[in-house]
Design a protein around this ligand. Structure first.
Ligand code: WQD
Length: 342
């Protein structure tokens, strides 16, 4: 029996594939490289010394997807295929809803046809909108998303709730990620955003690299300790491990639909991240204070107790490692580009 991973060469997908392979699972990856590179397949093999099956397909293509279920005995599906750029989603709502929502629907429909009903969905803390309380628990009201990316996550969560209500032989975990950063400690896989990054950590690292001149800090007048926005940054390897624990939970527990926050429970400001990055990498990150960014909230961090109690999962890596590993990936990636045969 195999686990199907959609979007398995992307940032979070690739790190989760590594953890699944390390846990001895058989894996089938599908990806169309719409926001990732083919080389990631080799990097995963290099890290794990393990092999897996791969199909270059778009998960919206029902016939191609059915073929994967025909050719493999799939027991569970982890869905990382999806567009994720907040700003771009405002420009391209149809593309975002089509890829994220329709893609999930095609996938769920094909799963139903093949009687595969174990599903792990990558959701986001963005579904909480402007959160009612901090730290954010899973009981906080969801809604009030401010962009199609976030709304697509919200819609898919609702679809999954409705699906489970209609047929309680499904077994579903909804994982709400806080702010994933960092890279695998090997420096072989990491985050490679297209164009100018939107998210803080990739922006900081490109400034440190000299590719971008300076960081714009969006607002220093929030009611936070230093006035800049506070977030729950989580190391991508800790996040990946959360998926293994969620899968174990679905395997052993009676069927259900479970929702978990995956975060550290700690909030760090923009300036905390800049200072820590400078300290651990010995690089300068010049910045200037700019007006607030539309749609941003002051503070967001998780209450991760539910995941700790029910999944026996908690994060292990602090912001130093997040910064160190981000930098390791940048340096190694640059070397690989200079010497592609290394
Ligand atoms: C973090 C903090 C910014 C860039 C978004 C999505 C969320 C998830 C992760 C996933 C904020 C500040 C940022 C910059 C800055 N999406 N900042 N200068 O907004 O918490 O969450 O990404 O795929 O769904 O909404 O993350 O990294 O963009 O911002 O000052 O150039 O850094 O204002 O306080 P965010 P982020």
């Amino acid at each position: 029996m195999s686990i199907l991973v959609t979007g398995g060469t992307g940032y979070i997908g690739s790190h989760t594939v590594v953890e699944l392979l390390n846990a001895g699972k058989d894996i089938v990856i599908i990806d169309n490289f719409s926001n990732s590179k083919r080389e990631v397949l080799d990097q995963i093999k290099q890290i794990t010394k393990k092999d897996f099956k791969f199909y270059e397909i778009n998960y919206l293509d029902r016939e191609d997807l059915k073929n994967v279920f025909e050719e493999n005995k799939i027991e569970a599906v982890l869905n990382f295929a999806g567009y994720k750029a907040v700003g771009e989603s405002v420009e391209k709502p149809i593309e975002y809803y089509m890829n994220n929502v329709s893609g999930a629907l095609v996938l769920l429909d094909v799963m139903r046809e093949y009687k595969v009903k174990k599903f792990i969905f990558s959701s986001s803390a963005t579904v909480y909108g402007d959160p009612q309380t901090i730290p954010i628990t899973e009981e906080c009201t969801i809604g009030g998303t401010t962009n199609p990316y976030g709304t697509s996550k919200l819609y898919i969560e609702q679809i999954l709730q409705d699906l489970y209500k209609s047929d309680n032989s499904w077994d579903i975990a909804i994982l709400r990620y806080f702010n994933p950063v960092g890279a695998h400690e090997s420096g072989l896989i990491g985050e490679e955003p297209n164009g100018i990054p939107n998210n803080l950590m990739p922006y900081i690292s490109q400034v440190a690299e000299g590719r971008l001149k300076e960081l714009s800090v969006f607002g220093n007048d929030y009611s936070t300790p230093d006035g800049t926005g506070v977030r729950d940054y989580i190391h991508v390897v800790d996040l990946a491990k959360g998926h293994i624990k969620a899968l174990e939970k679905l395997d052993k527990e009676s069927k259900g639909i479970y929702t978990y926050n995956l975060g550290t429970g700690k909030g760090y400001s923009v300036l905390d991240m800049v200072k820590t990055f400078e300290r651990v990498t010995n690089k300068k990150v010049p910045y200037k204070i700019m007006p607030r960014r539309a749609g941003d909230i002051a503070t967001s961090y998780a209450d991760p107790q539910k995941a700790k109690q029910e999944l026996n999962w908690q994060t292990e890596k602090g912001i130093e490692e997040m910064c160190e590993d981000t930098w390791k990936f940048i340096v190694k990636n640059k070397d690989n580009k200079k010497h592609p045969n290394n």
